[in-house]
Design a protein around this ligand. Structure first.
Ligand SMILES: *Cc1c(COP(=O)(O)O)cnc(C)c1O
Length: 339
């Protein structure tokens, strides 16, 4: 089976497994796991933040961040298709008593103009606008990424209006390898940054929440409350360290393969449209006479898995375990489909 459902399906390579098996461990809830401490220090430094907190998932890091940056009844400004809103089970409302102001964005990227009209007036009718949450790259936007100068502009505006900034950087390294931006510039613009180690970076489990020293204690408290305090988590942190050392630069290979797939898909008569392919996500729309589910089933019979992304949209994600051989096979299969 060729699995293009997600970059979360990657399995640890042998070097990563060795690193995990050799990890020095301790009880991280007591702050005594040296490997977790090393991972946290290493990634905090990359982004120029004081602190990092290792968590089981990106959903948890997002939920913790938006809780510690807000109080109940306040409002989060975010993209209508953002992970924090759409794919976290309603956690913002349930965990933290927050409402959301949903913006359309341009392939999920919010503009300063759109954000500036989304802030509520200081009037007791309205929830207090409290935090701007951006996603980079944007999953629903087909892996689109921000221009750093737009983020700077949003950051200046946020400071001026006393708004906090959170980045859902589940795939931030996919953006960084394309732009060549300095991650420390992101560290300066955002109060909190969530980074997934378990997607294209190829670790089996884990995300990290970056923040300043002043927030670290509340982040660790929230992680405990959410049930995310792990014990001998050094085995997992070792995978994260290995991923940061070995799997960042190679993300460009995934992007090349994704672009290649996009270019081949657009020529197929059963494909109506392919979103621009900026990173490792390929979203395509099937022709009007089909539904996404029908085409997915046909592709699955031929050995290619993807996910439904709309009534006629399919998403493919390239990743560490998707090789050139698999890509060539994928192309042969789509070229031979007679629909
Ligand atoms: C995958 C993902 C997350 C986190 O997902 P988990 O499965 O909880 O680790 C967060 N944001 C985006 C945009 C994602 O794609």
């Amino acid at each position: 089976m060729i699995d293009l459902r997600s970059d979360t399906i990657t399995r640890p390579v042998s070097g990563m497994l060795d690193a995990m098996m050799q990890a020095e461990i301790g009880d991280d809830v007591f702050g005594e796991d040296p490997t977790v401490n090393d991972l946290e220090e290493k990634i905090a430094k990359i982004f120029g933040k004081d602190s990092a907190v290792f968590c089981p998932s990106g959903t948890m890091t997002n939920q913790i961040a938006l809780q510690v940056l807000t109080s109940p009844y306040e409002e989060v400004i975010c993209y209508e298709g953002s992970h924090v809103y759409k794919y976290e089970g309603g956690g913002l409302a349930g965990n933290s008593g927050l409402s959301t102001k949903l913006l359309k964005g341009e392939r999920g990227r919010l503009s300063l103009k759109e954000i500036s009209t989304a802030i509520n007036p200081d009037d007791p009718h309205f929830p207090k606008s409290s935090v701007i949450s951006l996603e980079n790259t944007v999953n629903k936007g087909g892996g689109s990424f921000y221009d750093l100068k737009d983020i700077h502009a949003i950051h200046d505006f946020a400071r001026h209006h006393d708004l906090k900034m959170h980045l859902d950087g589940a795939r931030i390294f996919n953006a960084l390898v394309e732009t060549g931006d300095d991650p420390r510039d992101y560290g300066k613009c955002f109060d909190t940054i969530s980074v997934c180690l378990s997607k294209g970076l190829g670790a089996p489990v884990g995300s990290v929440l970056l923040c300043d020293k002043t927030l670290e204690k509340s982040v660790r408290r929230a992680r405990k409350v959410f049930g995310g305090g792990m014990r001998q988590a050094g085995f997992l942190a070792a995978a994260g360290i290995y991923a940061l050392d070995n799997h960042v630069d190679r993300l460009v290979e995934d992007h090349v393969r994704a672009r290649h797939l996009g270019a081949k898909l657009i020529d197929r008569p059963w494909v109506k449209n392919v979103y621009p392919v900026d990173t490792n996500i390929v979203i395509f729309e099937v022709d009007e006479e089909f539904t996404a589910i029908e085409v997915l089933n046909i592709l699955a019979e031929k050995g290619i898995q993807g996910v439904v992304f709309g009534p006629r949209e399919i998403r493919w994600v390239t990743h560490l375990d998707y090789t050139d051989d698999m890509m060539n096979k994928t192309i042969d299969i789509i070229n031979s489909l007679d629909l």
